[in-house]
Design a protein around this ligand. Structure first.
Ligand code: USQ
Length: 406
């Protein structure tokens, strides 16, 4: 298949591009390199040294003989460029990763809220709009998030996208219907993914677009089979308070002897998936497109759930690290349970890579190797969800005063 990977320079986009290229597909990355600009804005860098996208694709070609093409296009701003590219290339499938993906970054300031909404919603809408205009019957696979559901549990498992409900009719019957599971975003970033869901529902219904939305949990790990092939194919690995996600942060913190930064009581339960499974799931979704005219296909892309403090305690035991119980910069339930259904991917052959000491230690080893690149002052999470929370200036686990976010 000819596949356009929008956002193919990012944390999941890059290993997905390599995986699909190795599987024999013709890969075209469309990316505006915004994630690299955000590193510059924040003054942080990936723990792992990343080459330019052109250099990465050159190395891939030298290693495998396969070409990955790169096109510098901003989906949110360059509608005509995007449309022109799609018209000329007419891909069989499009994978859409091209969104600002960090909740703390989206909550940093009013400017960051605007940026996240404008960027994410426009990128998605521009793409859908262009597909309709061009009569492009490509299968669109979108990377969404488990966070569209919220994380509270009513004592029932979260279904894969749709909730069966009974509605009392005016003549006293009960009509059954399947509705999108009620959206309950916990950040501006998560909210944009909820808005994406509505755009997908409309374009599938109105124009018959074939769309798969992947509700992914928190990704952990950094290497996949392909990124291991050459030092310069390495994936990015974020540790800072905005882009680092919880398990990867704890592993890096363990590697550099930094206290593990648990927010609040660490009672938040979240869904997780290893990066290798993430790219496999995307391939499975690509191989199982919905038929034209059917509703949006939704998968829960996660393999296990864990409570944050259990993860911290496990890594502390494994590494001898201390745990720092910090005031929570986010507005979220202090404790929640989470039960998630994921039978669809399992039924299509996903064999989950679950959290095991072997893989965790491998990640700690990667982190130790590049520990010299870590700026410890960028480890604390300083983006606060509300002005009230921001006003509580606290100290980081190493005794430094944290900036209050204005
Ligand atoms: N947390 C800590 N300590 C830390 C970092 C985070 O206790 O040092 C806590 C947070 O307060 C939160 C939980 O860990 O309760 C998860 O935070 P996270 O930063 O790992 O994940 P999140 O902000 O939810 O976002 C990440 C990705 C996002 C993806 C989402 C999937 O950045 O792109 O959509 O995970 S999900 O969490 O299932 O919504």
């Amino acid at each position: 298949m000819k596949i356009a990977v929008l956002g193919g320079d990012g944390f999941v986009g890059w290993p997905t591009s390599l995986h699909l290229s190795e599987a024999g597909h013709d890969i075209h990355i469309l990316d505006n390199l915004s994630r690299r600009w955000i590193d510059t804005e924040l003054g942080v860098q990936s723990l792992t040294p990343m080459d330019s996208i052109q250099e990465r694709t050159r190395i891939w070609h030298a290693e495998t003989g396969r070409r990955i093409h790169f096109h510098l296009i901003d989906l949110a701003r360059d509608y005509e460029l995007l449309k022109g590219w799609l018209a000329k290339n007419r891909p069989d499938a499009i994978i859409h990763f091209a969104e600002q993906r960090a909740a703390p970054y989206s909550m940093k300031s009013d400017r960051h809220k605007n940026y996240t909404v404008n960027n994410n919603v426009n990128a998605t809408h521009n793409l859908l709009n262009a597909m309709v205009e061009l009569d492009l019957d490509a299968h669109l696979v979108h990377l969404g998030t488990m966070g569209v559901y919220g994380y509270s549990t009513v004592g029932a498992a979260i279904p894969e996208g749709y909730l069966p409900v009974g509605i009392e009719t005016t003549d006293g019957r009960t009509a059954s219907q399947e509705i999108l599971y009620p959206a309950n975003p916990g950040s501006i970033y998560h909210m944009t993914k909820c808005l994406d869901q509505l755009l997908f529902q409309f374009y599938a219904k109105n124009d018959g677009l074939r769309i798969t939305d992947l509700h992914q949990g928190i990704v952990w790990g950094t290497h996949t089979q392909q990124t291991r092939r050459h030092e310069q194919l390495i994936n990015r690995f974020d540790y800072d308070g905005d882009y680092g996600t919880v398990l990867n942060r704890f592993l890096i913190q363990a590697a550099i002897g930094y206290p593990l930064t648990v927010h609040g009581t660490g009672g938040q339960t979240r869904a997780f998936i290893h990066i290798q499974d993430s790219v496999r799931c995307i391939e499975i979704a690509l191989n199982n497109p919905p038929v034209r005219g059917s509703r949006v296909e939704i998968f829960n892309q996660m393999t296990e759930t864990h409570r944050v403090r259990d993860l911290a305690e496990m890594i502390a035991r494994m590494s001898g690290s201390q745990i720092a119980w910090l005031p929570n910069p986010r507005k979220e339930a202090p404790e929640n349970d989470l039960v998630v259904r994921n039978e669809k991917f399992l039924g299509l052959g996903l064999d989950p890579t679950t959290l095991g000491e072997g893989l965790l230690s491998e990640i700690v080893d990667v982190a130790r190797k590049y520990a010299y690149r870590v700026d410890r002052s960028r480890v604390p999470a300083v983006s606060a969800w509300t002005k009230d929370i921001a006003a509580k200036v606290e100290h980081d686990p190493e005794g430094r005063r944290l900036k209050s976010v204005s």
